[in-house]
Design a protein around this ligand. Structure first.
Ligand SMILES: *Cc1c(COP(=O)(O)O)cnc(C)c1O
Length: 352
């Protein structure tokens, strides 16, 4: 194991932070009369009311998630989307205008946006041409102020998984925090790193209900890490970051693992079908191997195809100007009917 000293990584102000103590923190038992939190005691215009503040510790959710993911609740942080977890990681570990982090583009945009918001220096170590980690370049860009390395596997927008041996190499050698974003893990052949948490005190895994679980609108993201890291994240988060409606609906959804697995199977099947149809089409140069619910597709005239599809009412993501994704569109796997519409539209485009 590496030399890992968590307190030396955490910002001084966060280490000594006294978190906000809510009414529901100070009294956690059962009572008849709740007149401690300045809520509206009469109710609300909604039949389900929502006049009471939600559980700031998300206990029911963490218990259920813990069962599904095979970890205990102290290893789980719940955020208002993974995007909140990303921001909170910056605020726990990075001193603005002093510390730096490393990302490996092309990758998910929020690591960069959040760095800029927090005034944290961003170092970019491009992936190799085969969309894998450049370990030597990574090592060269680490210095004493490097607090976090952001890895995304399966990666967005490239769709591939990072080699597990490379990720382990980073985990075994970097003494800062290694974040592995597993937003698309449910669509992947590779297994999650969650069972390995005990081996890596520097590991933070991100997952979300926004993709495979089909609940992007509820805004619920998760971080899995050591209890010590989770504790710092909880101190920094807003007390009521997960609203009552989201907590209730997510709890209902988490009972439907079988239904979600059926959707995953169908989407993976559609992904493979779409891959083989697109690969055979004129004008299409390459459909990158995907471990996600989207495809990165390299083609002739990518930007014109993007405009053409828009005209037909089909929106895809234009990645044709992104380094290493030149001439590529990123296309989410749709319903079988949507995928057929996409294929029909592409066949109507004159590539020559
Ligand atoms: C979609 C996505 C997320 C999800 O973010 P939420 O805020 O949980 O919706 C996180 N990471 C990556 C790489 C993504 O593509």
């Amino acid at each position: 194991m590496i030399m890992f000293d968590l307190p030396s990584l955490v910002r001084e102000n966060v280490k000594h932070l006294v978190p906000y103590s809510s009414a529901r923190d100070e009294f956690t038992g059962k009572a008849d009369v709740y007149i401690d939190a300045n809520e509206n005691s009469l109710g609300s215009p909604l039949t389900r009311w929502y006049n009471r503040y939600p559980d700031p510790h998300h206990q029911a959710l963490k218990a259920k998630l813990g069962t599904i993911k095979g970890v205990s609740p102290e290893h789980i942080f719940i955020g208002n989307g993974s995007d909140e977890a990303i921001d909170i990681l910056y605020r726990v570990f990075c001193v603005p205008a002093k510390d730096n982090v490393i990302i490996c583009p092309p990758t998910y945009g929020m690591y960069e946006v959040s760095a800029h918001i927090n005034d944290v220096e961003l170092r970019k170590v491009e992936l190799t041409r085969s969309f894998q980690l450049d370990l030597e370049a990574l090592e060269r860009s680490i210095d004493g102020q490097t607090k976090m390395i952001w890895l995304c596997s399966p990666n967005n927008p490239t769709g591939n998984v990072l080699d597990r041996a490379d990720v382990e190499m980073v985990l075994n050698n970097f003494e800062g925090i290694v974040v592995v974003d597993e937003a698309y893990i449910n669509f992947s052949r590779q297994r999650s790193l969650i069972p390995d948490l005990a081996d890596y005190p520097n590991l933070v895994i991100l997952q979300t209900l926004s993709k495979a679980w089909g609940l992007a609108a509820l805004r619920l993201g998760m971080a899995f890490a050591s209890p010590a890291i989770i504790d710092f994240m909880n101190r920094v988060k807003p007390p009521y970051n997960i609203n009552q409606a989201t907590q209730e609906l997510a709890l209902l959804a988490l009972d439907e693992v079988d239904q979600v697995n059926d959707m995953i199977r169908l989407l993976v099947e559609e992904r493979e079908k779409l891959t083989s149809v697109l690969s055979g089409m004129r004008g299409i140069r390459k459909v990158h191997v995907s471990d996600t619910n989207f495809l990165l597709v390299e083609m002739e005239k990518a930007h014109e195809v993007y405009r053409f599809l828009l005209d037909k009412g089909i929106v895809v993501r234009d990645r044709s100007k992104t380094p290493l994704c030149e001439d590529c569109l990123r296309i989410t796997v749709g319903t079988p009917a949507e995928n057929q519409k996409l294929i029909n539209a592409l066949m109507a485009f004159s590539f020559s």
